[in-house]
Ligand binder design. Sequence first.
Ligand code: AMP
Length: 249
Amino acid sequence: MKVLVAVKRVVDYNVKVRVKADGSDVDIANVKMSMNPFDEIAVEEAVRLKEAGKVSEIVVVSMGVKQCEETLRTALAMGADRAILVETDTELQPLAVAKLLKAVADKEQPQLVILGKQAIDDDANQTGQMTAALLGWSQGTFASKVDLAAETVDVIREIDGGLETVKLRLPAVVTADLRLNEPRFIKLPNIMAAKKKPLDKTSPTDLGVDAAPRLKTLKVAEPAKRSAGIKVANAAELVAKLKNEAKVL
Ligand code: AMP
């Protein structure tokens, strides 16, 4: 069984992003970029499925600038077999990524597509759902457990107030949530071996996809500054403040 995993290059989660002076966007010049954390979980899950003998090939795909190659090499070092870069300098929004992913899936014919539940830069949480809709496949989003069989996949989903188990007929789209697994630490020999694994390049034009943005960002602003906390001497003072100042009692 072939699995396709989508990996996005995003600003590293440790970086404190700043808004550009003109408020047009966040400034990502010279900041550390990494694989989206939920995509690491998606790759890890695919690798575990391969190690369990349920999957025969893992293809990873990334859409974006040339440097996404580094993200793909990381996924190859984690255990993916082959990579595809859909190279473009155009700003890609979730619908465009979903269309590109559908085009790649049409070519590759995987039985399972795994994505992260959300990219930590745009926080859109849309691409997996849109991809499933465009492909006309079942979807299991926010997965915290995946049990793959020959023709179906059982997905335990993290939902408000608990867990929901769904059985999907393959082919299907699954999006990875935080508790699905803990991605492995990549060893140096695997990084070296990943350099020799195949990485093919294509483009939105080659795939026949119009990837132009449909939404326009009007303004980006810093969140409001939080005022400093205070210490109270005792419970009575706390209750008085909650009553008279915060007016929450
Ligand atoms: P989003 O809908 O933007 O929050 O992204 C959800 C998931 O879609 C991510 O975790 C990735 O798995 C995938 N994805 C989004 N953008 C890209 C991209 N440019 N290249 C590859 N995968 C992407």
